[in-house]
Write a protein that binds this ligand. Structure first.
Ligand code: ADP
Ligand code: MG
Length: 228
C-alpha cells in the first residue's frame, strides 16, 4: 500500500493552546477517511498542515512526495496542485459564472490550451452533475449545487487527495447526504478522500476509515467503538 499522508509525532500549538501533542497517522491511497472530533479539537489545523497553510512545530508530515516541515514557499504551489480542497462555505468567486470559476483555477494552475480546458471543464462538471449550470452565477445556485461546483473545481487537476473541511456544515441533511454520496463516488473512481466532520450521523450512513482527534492525539477508531 502507498501512503498519501503520513503524520509522525506532530506537535502544533497556538500560543498556550497545544492542538497536536505527538499526532501520528497514515492515509492510504484510494481510501475514504473521516477526521472526526469536537469543535476546537484541531480538525482544521490538521487539514491546514496537510496543505501547508501551517507548519508543524515538531515532527514530520509527508504529503505525496512532499515533506511539509521542509517545504519552501516556492514549493507550496506544487504541493497545492496535487490537492483538491473544499470548505464549508464553498469559497466560490461570486462575481463570475460556474464556468469562469473553473477556468480561473485552471489558468492559475498553468492550463493554457483552450480546447483542453473546455474538455476538462465539461468532464468535471459532468462528474458533479452540473453541466447544465455552467453559465449560472453562484447566487443562482442552491447550497448543494455551490458545493458541487467547489468539488468540481477541486477535481480539475486530478488531485492525489481531496480534502474537505466540514463540507456539509452549511447544508440541510438531505443535501448533505447527496454531497457525501458524491464524495464517495469520487473515491470509488480512485481519488483518496479526507473529510473533517463533527457529525456522527453521516459516518453511520456512509462507510470509511475513521480517525479521531482528541486531546492532541489522532487514533483510528471503529464505528462500533465510536458509538459505544
Ligand atoms: N490561528 C490560530 N490562532 C490561535 N488559535 C487557533 C488558531 N487556529 C486554531 N486555533 C485554536 O486551535 C484549536 C483547534 O482549532 P481547529 O483546528 O480550528 O479545530 P476544529 O476544526 O476541530 O474545530 C482551537 O482551540 C482554536 O481556537
Ligand atoms: Mg474546523
Amino acid at each position: 500500500m502507498t501512503a498519501v499522508v503520513t503524520f509522525h509525532e506532530v506537535y502544533k500549538r497556538f500560543g498556550e493552546r497545544e492542538v497536536l501533542k505527538g499526532a501520528s497517522f497514515t492515509i492510504e491511497k484510494g481510501t475514504f477517511n473521516y477526521l472526526i472530533g469536537r469543535t476546537g479539537a484541531g480538525k482544521s489545523t490538521v487539514l491546514r498542515l496537510i496543505y501547508a497553510d501551517l507548519k508543524p512545530d515538531k515532527g514530520s508530515i509527508k504529503v505525496d512526495k512532499f515533506y511539509i516541515e521542509r517545504l519552501s514557499d516556492k514549493e507550496i504551489p506544487f504541493l497545492r496542485r496535487r490537492l483538491g480542497i473544499v470548505f464549508q462555505d464553498f469559497q466560490l468567486l461570486t462575481d463570475r459564472s460556474v464556468e469562469q470559476n473553473l477556468l480561473f483555477v485552471m489558468r492559475a494552475t498553468g492550463w493554457r490550451d483552450k480546447k483542453r480546458m473546455r474538455y476538462r471543464l465539461t468532464e468535471v462538471l459532468m462528474k458533479v452533475g452540473l453541466t447544465h449550470k455552467a453559465q449560472a452565477m453562484p447566487h443562482e445556485l442552491s447550497g448543494g449545487e455551490q458545493q458541487r461546483v467547489a468539488i468540481a473545481r477541486a477535481l480539475v487537476n486530478d488531485p492525489i487527495l481531496l480534502i474537505a473541511d466540514e463540507p456539509t456544515g452549511n447544508l440541510d441533511p438531505e443535501t448533505s447526504d447527496e454531497i457525501i454520496q458524491l464524495l464517495q463516488t469520487i473515491q470509488q473512481q480512485g481519488t483518496t478522500v479526507l473529510m473533517a466532520t463533527h457529525e456522527y450521523e453521516i459516518i453511520k450512513q456512509f462507510p470509511g476509515n475513521i480517525l479521531r482527534i482528541q486531546n492532541g492525539i489522532i487514533e483510528p477508531i471503529t464505528l462500533e467503538k465510536l458509538l459505544s
